[in-house]
Design a protein around this ligand. Sequence first.
Ligand SMILES: [Mn+2]
Length: 459
Amino acid sequence: MVTPGNRRLARVAEAIRVELAQLLIKSVSDESLSWVTVTGVEPTPDLKHAKVFFFATGQRDQEATRRNLERKAHVLQRDLARRIKMRNTPKLSFHIDTSFDTAQRIDELLGEAGAEKARKEEATTPEKRFAELVAEAESILVACHRNPDGDAIGSLLGMSGFLRLLGKYHVAFCPDGVPRTLAFLAGVESVARELEEDEEFDLTIVVDTADEGLLPDGFPDASRRGTLVVIDHHQHYGELGDLVIRRDVAAVGQMLYELSKELVWPMDGDIAECLYASIVADTGSFRYSSTTAETHRVVAELMEQGARPWVVATALYESFSINRQRLLADVLRTLELSEDGRFAHMIATEQMLHDTGTTRADLDGMVNMGRAVDTVEISGLFRVEQNGEIKVSFRSKGRVSVAELARKFGGGGHRNAAGCTIDAKTGLEEARTRVKIEAAELLARYAWEIEGKDRLPVS
Ligand SMILES: [Mn+2]
C-alpha cells in the first residue's frame, strides 16, 4: 500500500541511491569501486539503517567488492551526510544484487555483441542519448535564444560549466552579449559573440529555445553544427532539434540540474549559482505559478552546492543604473488600464530611450509593473522599434494564459510571460487597439478562472 510514509521513504531511498552513485564516481579514490552500480537502496522506516544493493560490472569477485565497500562505508556515510540534509544519515550496509548478477551473466553468455546490443537498447530515452552524444563529441557548441534573458544566460553558462568539469572542448555562443545584470555570473568572460568562420562542431546544444526563429544571428547551419540537441521547457514549440529534451518545469536551469543528477555529472558552486539565477529569473523570484515544490527542492540543493541567493538577488534586482530608473519613470507615466481594470498597458518609445540614455535591454522586466496593480490580470508593454514594428511583451498573474494572447499575433511564450511582434502599418494606436480587443476577449473566456463564476460560452 502506498502511504505518505512509504512515499517519503522511497524518496529518501532514491536520493541516497543517486548521491551514492555520484560519490562512488567522484570521491572514492579506488578504481575497482568506479565499476559499482548502486541498483537499489532500502532504508528502514526509522531511517537508522539502509541496505545498499549493488553490482560491480565486469568484476568476477563481487564479494571482494562488497568487503571493500563495507570498509569505506563510514567515509561514504560521512560524505552522504554532507550532501543530503537529514537529521541522521542511515548506517549503510552493502549487499550484492543477485538479480543484477543473473542479468549480467546472460549478457556474458550472449557475448560481446549481446552486451553491446543491450547497451544500445538501454540508451532509448532522449536523456541517455544526450549523455552519449556529449561523451562522444570532441567539439561542442552551446547556444541560447536571441535577446537572452536570465534563464537563457543562466542555463547557457550552467551547461558550459558542466562541459568544463567533464573536460569537453566547447564554445558558449551568444552574439547578443550578456545583459549587464547577469554579468556577475561565473564564465561570462568566456562567452563568444562570434564564431570562427569555418569552425565545425560534433554537437550543438541549444537551451531555452522553442523555435528556429528564435535562434541568434550567426548560428551555424546544419553542415557545421553536428547533431542539434534542444533542451527546453516552453509549452509551444517548433520543429527545432535532432534530439529534444523538453520538460514542464519552471526554468531550463531546473531541468539542467535534474538532468545532471540523472546523468551523474559533476557539479560545482559556479554552476549551481548560474542554474539558481536562471530559476530565480524565470519564476520571477518564485512568484509565478510555474513555481512548484520541486522547484524549491532543486533550489535548496543548489544552495547546498554553493549558489548564493543574496548575490543573485542584488545583481538581478538592485543593480540598476540611474538612467534605467529614469526610463522606468517615463514608461510608468504611460500606464493605463482597460475599463474593467484587468488589462494594463504601457508604452516605451525610442525617444524615451534616447532621452534617458538607455537601451532596449533596460526595458527588461518593466512590463511587470503593470501587472502589479491590484485589479490587473494581464499587462502588456508596447515597444515601438526603429523599423516601425511594434513589439509587445505580456505578463499574467497566472489565471489567464498570455501565451494564447501572443499567439493571436504570431508570437508565443509561457502562460505567465509571452510576447509578439505586430506589423502595424498605421502605428502604435492600431496595434494597441487590436491587442485591447483580443485581451478583452481572452479575459472574458477566462472569467470563470478570474471570478469563480460560470465560464462564458466559447464561440
Ligand atoms: Mn526559460
